[in-house]
Design a protein around this ligand. Structure first.
Ligand code: BGC
Length: 867
C-alpha cells in the first residue's frame, strides 16, 4: 500500500459492512464501486494487451463492438524484438490511448509461458522462456506507468492452455513452478510493481487460483512484496469467501453483489475474520486513490495522434519479424533483377494481424502487404497478384491454385502469403495440430516446383509445422503483424528495413517432439506437467532433439562476428558480481541490429538441469563494418536452480560456463567461472554422506569417518571396496546408528550435524570423538551390511569374504594356479561385491568350469561341517 495509510484506515473505519463488502466486486463489467462521500472513485478498466478494447456498450461476457484503437502487433510478434525499450514504448502509447478514453487500468500484459505450441492463446504471450517473458512484461508495465496508467499482469498462474481453462487442475512440481511458471511474474512484479495482478481461472495443485492463499498471499505479497490488488479473471471466482481469505481483492465482472452478500454473512457469523476484510478493503481504497492520483497528474485529456501511433505499430512490427531462411540472398528483393513479382495468397490482401477473444482490437486502419508492396515496387516492378487459396477449405479451389501457379511460372519471383486462418486459434480453445491448412501446403509444393525464387511469408499466432521448409528459398515469420504489419513486411522485403527479430519460442520438427506432447491438454480436468522444468529449448537441448529453428534464432541481411574479450577477472571471490565482455562486429555491408543472448550452464553437474538457460540479453545497433563491445553484469544468481528439498535458490560449487551468441544453438563465446560453495544449506539427519562433500567442513568430517572405517576394515576403502563406499555414501546419516550396531548413537549423529553445520572447531577431531561406544567390538564394521566374519563360507558367499578366509583360500589354491589370484577379474569381483558362484558365470568359460564349481562346493560344505 503506497497512499496515505492513516487516511485510508480512517475512511475504512467510517464505512459500514455493506459498503465495505460492496467494494469486493465490480460495479459493472469494467468499473469498480465508487463512494463519493469517502472520495472513493470508480477505477475504469479495459482489455489490452496489444491495444485498447473499450467496449461501446456494457456487456459482461459477449463481445460487443469496441471503440477504434491502435492495434499493435500482439505479444507473439513484439516479443521477437527482444527489445525492452520497444515494449516500454508500446506500453506508453497504449497508456496514452487509455488516458484519452478515461481508462485507468489496462488488462495486460499477459506473460504466461508457452508450454505447448498448441495453446490457442499463445499469440497473447511472449515466450517459452520466463526471463524473456518477465522482462518484456516488466517494460510494458513501466511504459504505461510512466504515463500514469495502471496495468494488470495476467494470468496468474499457469494459464497455459485454453482447454477446460475454467476448471482444469494443473499438477506442477515446485521446481517447475519456481524456475518456469512463477519466474516471469516474479521478475515483472518485483521490478515494476503493476497496479494489479489478474488471477487465472485454473487450479494449480488442487486449488483454484482465485482462492489460493499460497500463490495470492504467501508468494505474491509476503515473498515478492506485491503492493497492488489481485483481480479475478472475468468469472474466475468459485468460492468468494475462500477468495477473501486467500487474498483475492476484487471479483470481476460485477454480478449484482451476490457474492458480496456471502462475505457480509460470513463476517456476521464470525466465520470470516473482519481483520482480513479490513485489510482487503484498505487495499481496494488504496487502488482507487492511486487511479485518482494518476488522473490528477494529467489535467488535459490527450488527443490521440492516430498517425503517429500507426507509425509506432509499424516500427514495432518491423523490429520483430523474423527471417528464418534466405538462401542465395533471395531477399531483399533485388529491384534490378526482379521485373515481375507474383504476390500469392489471400493473406496478402486480407491480412491476419491479431488473434481472437478478449484482446481483439478494432483498429483505426489496416495496412495490407499487397498495397504496401505495390507502393514500393511500381513502376519498376510489375506486380502479379492472386489470392491462390481461400480460407474455406470446403470450397473447391483447384482452379485458384492453377491460376496462381501460372502467374508464379511467368514471374521472376513469388511471394506467398500463408498462415493460419482466424478460426484455427483463439482465446477459448486450443489447436489440435500444428499444420497449415492442407490447401496451402499443397500450394507451396506446386509453386516451388515452377518458381525457384519463392518466398513464404507466414501469419500465425502459434508456431506451425514447417515440414515443407526445404522448398522455398526464403521464409519469413511475420506472426501477427498488428494494423501496420503490411507496411513493415513490405519495407523488410525490399530492404528498406533490416530484419532484426529472433524467435522467442522453438519451432519444432513436429508436434510429437514437443515437451508436453503426452501431457497436453490432460484428461478431463487434470493436466500433469510431466516435463517439469524442461520447457521449450530447455527440453530440446537436453534431449538433443533436432529442431526446425531454435529458440533465439533469426537472420539479418548482414552478418555478425562474435569474439570474447578475455583479460577479465571472472571470479566471485571478492565481488558479488563481475562483468563479461564481448566484441561483435558487423561483417556485412548493411547496418543491422543484433540480439546478444547470454546463457549459463554447468557441464559437470550433479543436478538434473537444463544444459543452458537464458540469463541476459541485449539488442544493439551496429553500423556496417563496425564493432561494438557489449558487457553483461553477472551475479551468482545467474547460476541458480531451485532446490525443492531446501526450498531455496542454490547453485553448485565448481566450474560453470557462460555462453554468449546469437541463438540458443549458436554460442561462440564461452567463459568459465568457478563458483564458491557459498550456498551450503545445513545438513540434516536425512542428508546423505555424499552431501558432506559439498562443503569444506563436510569434507573434513567425511575424511575422519572414512579413516575410522578403514582402520576397522584394515584396508584402503576407496580403492578396494566400491560397493561398500557406494552403500555408505548412499545412506542417510542417521542410518549409521543401525548399520554400526550402535557404535554411533543418535547423540553422535547430532554431534556430527553440529560439527558440520556450525562454526565449531574441527581441529584435532578424531573418529573416536564421533562415536558413542569406544570399545568397538571386533567386526562391528562388517555388520554394517550384515556381513559376518564368522559366517559359513559357501559357493554363494561373496568373493571378498572368501579371500579373507584362510581355510577357504587353502581349498581354492588346490583348484587354481597361483597367478589366478593376481588376476584383474578377481580384483573386480572383490570390488563389486560379487558372489563366488555368480563370478563363475561372469568369467570366461575356461577360467573355471561347472564341474570345478561343484567340487569346490563339496569342499566348502565339508569345511563347514568341520567347524
Ligand atoms: C480473459 C482476460 C480478459 C478478461 C476481460 C477473460 O476471458 O481471460 O484476459 O482480460 O476476459 O475481457
Amino acid at each position: 500500500m503506497t497512499m496515505d495509510k492513516k487516511l485510508i484506515r480512517k475512511i475504512r473505519r467510517n464505512m459500514n459492512l455493506e459498503e465495505m463488502t460492496s467494494l469486493c466486486s465490480g460495479k459493472t463489467a469494467w468499473e469498480t464501486m465508487n463512494y463519493p462521500q469517502y472520495g472513493i472513485e470508480s477505477v475504469v478498466m479495459a482489455d489490452g494487451p496489444h491495444g485498447l478494447r473499450v467496449e461501446e456498450l456494457e456487456c459482461a461476457l459477449g463481445m460487443p463492438e469496441a471503440k477504434p484503437a491502435t492495434c499493435f502487433p500482439p505479444a507473439v510478434l513484439t516479443a521477437c524484438s527482444w527489445d525492452a525499450a520497444l515494449l516500454e514504448k508500446i506500453g506508453a502509447t497504449i497508456a496514452i490511448e487509455a488516458r484519452a478514453e478515461g481508462v485507468d487500468l489496462i488488462l495486460g500484459p499477459g506473460i504466461n509461458i508457452k508450454r505447448s505450441p498448441l495453446c490457442g492463446r499463445n499469440f497473447e504471450y511472449f515466450s517459452e522462456d520466463p526471463l524473456l517473458s518477465g522482462t518484456l512484461g516488466k517494460h510494458f508495465i513501466l511504459g504505461a506507468k510512466n504515463q500514469n496508467v495502471g496495468t494488470t499482469i495476467k494470468h496468474f498462474l499457469a494459464n497455459n492452455q485454453e482447454t477446460h481453462r475454467m476448471t482444469v487442475n494443473e499438477k506442477i512440481d515446485e521446481r517447475a513452478l519456481r524456475e518456469i511458471y512463477l519466474k516471469g511474474f516474479e521478475i515483472a512484479i518485483k521490478e515494476s510493481q503493476p497496479m494489479a495482478v489478474m488471477c487465472s481461472y485454473n487450479s494449480v495443485n488442487g486449488k483454484f487460483l482465485s482462492q489460493n492463499s499460497y500463490f495470492l498471499t504467501k508468494i505474491l505479497r509476503e515473498e515478492w512484496g506485491f503492493e497492488g490488488i489481485v483481480i479475478s479473471d472475468w468469472g474466475a471466482v468459485y468460492d468468494r469467501v475462500k477468495g477473501v481469505a486467500a487474498g483475492l481483492d476484487l471479483e470481476m465482472p460485477g454480478n449484482g453483489g451476490i457474492n458480496n452478500e456471502k462475505i457480509f454473512d460470513r463476517i456476521k457469523e464470525g466465520r470470516l475474520k473482519i481483520t482480513t476484510l479490513n485489510a482487503m478493503v484498505e487495499r481496494l481504497i488504496d487502488f482507487s486513490f492511486k487511479a485518482k492520483e494518476n488522473r490528477r497528474q494529467h489535467e488535459e485529456i490527450p488527443v490521440i495522434n492516430v498517425k503517429k501511433h500507426h507509425e509506432i505499430a509499424k516500427m514495432a512490427a518491423a523490429e520483430s519479424m523474423v527471417l528464418l531462411k534466405n538462401e542465395d540472398k533471395t531477399l531483399p528483393i533485388n529491384q534490378e533483377k526482379i521485373k515481375e513479382l507474383a504476390i500469392i495468397g489471400c493473406m496478402a490482401f486480407d491480412p491476419r494481424y491479431q488473434g481472437s477473444g478478449s484482446s481483439k482490437i478494432n483498429p483505426y486502419r489496416i495496412d495490407d502487404a499487397y498495397d504496401r508492396i505495390k507502393e514500393l515496387a511500381e513502376p519498376d516492378i510489375q506486380i502479379l497478384p492472386h489470392q491462390g487459396y481461400v480460407h474455406e477449405e470446403l470450397i473447391e479451389q483447384a482452379c485458384l491454385g492453377e491460376e496462381a501457379i501460372e502467374l508464379a511460372t511467368k514471374s521472376d519471383m513469388a511471394l506467398m502469403f500463408l498462415g493460419l486462418p482466424d478460426r484455427y486459434e483463439s482465446e477459448g480453445y486450443d489447436r489440435t495440430n500444428l499444420n497449415l491448412p492442407e490447401n496451402q501446403i499443397e500450394l507451396i509444393h506446386k509453386i516451388c516446383e515452377v518458381q525457384p525464387n519463392t518466398v513464404v511469408i507466414l501469419s500465425n499466432g502459434g508456431v506451425v509445422d514447417m515440414s515443407w521448409a526445404d522448398k522455398p528459398k526464403a521464409i519469413v515469420e511475420m506472426f501477427l503483424g498488428g494494423q501496420a504489419g503490411g507496411g513493415a513486411i513490405a519495407d523488410l522485403l525490399f530492404g528498406k528495413a533490416n530484419f532484426c527479430g529472433k524467435l522467442t519460442e522453438t519451432i519444432p520438427m513436429k508436434l510429437e517432439d514437443t515437451p508436453s506432447y503426452i501431457n497436453f491438454p490432460g484428461i478431463q480436468d487434470e493436466v500433469i506437467y510431466g516435463e517439469s522444468i524442461f520447457v521449450g529449448y530447455r527440453y530440446y537441448d537436453y534431449t538433443k532433439k533436432e529442431v526446425r529453428y531454435p529458440f533465439g534464432f533469426g537472420l539479418s541481411y548482414t552478418s555478425f562476428h562474435y569474439e570474447g574479450l578475455e583479460n577479465q577477472d571472472l571470479c566471485f571471490d571478492t565481488n558479488n558480481s563481475f562483468e563479461v565482455k564481448c566484441r561483435v562486429t558487423n561483417t556485412g555491408d548493411r547496418d543491422g541490429k543484433e540480439i546478444l543472448q547470454l546463457y549459463t550452464g554447468k557441464k559437470n553437474t550433479k543436478i538434473t538441469r537444463p544444459l543452458r538457460e537464458l540469463r541476459h540479453f541485449k539488442k544493439v545497433f551496429i553500423p556496417a563494418g563496425k564493432s561494438v563491445e557489449v558487457s553483461f553484469e553477472i551475479s551468482q544468481e545467474d547460476f541458480n536452480y531451485y532446490n525443492p528439498s531446501t526450498q531455496k535458490w542454490e547453485h553448485e560449487g565448481g566450474i560453470h560456463e557462460i555462453y554468449i551468441g546469437s541463438s540458443s544453438q549458436d554460442l561462440p563465446v564461452v567463459f568459465e567461472v568457478s563458483l564458491p560453495d557459498n550456498t551450503w544449506s545445513p545438513l540434516t539427519q536425512y542428508s546423505y554422506l555424499s552431501d558432506f562433500e559439498r562443503s569444506a567442513r563436510g569434507r573434513v568430517i567425511i575424511k575422519i569417518l572414512l579413516s575410522g572405517f578403514e582402520e576397522a576394515m584394515g584396508q584402503n576403502l576407496d580403492a578396494n571396496d566400491a560397493f561398500f563406499m557406494a552403500m555408505l555414501k548412499g545412506s542417510p546419516l542417521r542410518k549409521l546408528v543401525e548399520f554400526s550396531n550402535g557404535i554411533f548413537s543418535e547423540e553422535s549423529i547430532e554431534k556430527i550435524l553440529y560439527l558440520v553445520n556450525k562454526n565449531a572447531s574441527l581441529e584435532g577431531l578424531t573418529f573416536e570423538d564421533l562415536i558413542a561406544v569406544k570399545e568397538k567390538k571386533k567386526g562391528w564394521i562388517n555388520s554394517f551390511f550384515s556381513r559376518n566374519d564368522d559366517q559359513t563360507i559357501g559357493i554363494n558367499s561373496k568373493v571378498r569374504d572368501i579371500v579373507n578366509n584362510e581355510d577357504a583360500m587353502k581349498i581354492l589354491r588346490n583348484y587354481f594356479e597361483a597367478d589366478a589370484f593376481d588376476s584383474e577379474y578377481l580384483q573386480i569381483a572383490i570390488r563389486m561385491g560379487v558372489c563366488f558362484d555368480k563370478a563363475q558365470k561372469l568369467l570366461p568359460d575356461d577360467f573355471f568350469s561347472d564341474e570345478m564349481l561343484a567340487l569346490i562346493d563339496l569342499d566348502f560344505k565339508n569345511l563347514a561341517k568341520k567347524k
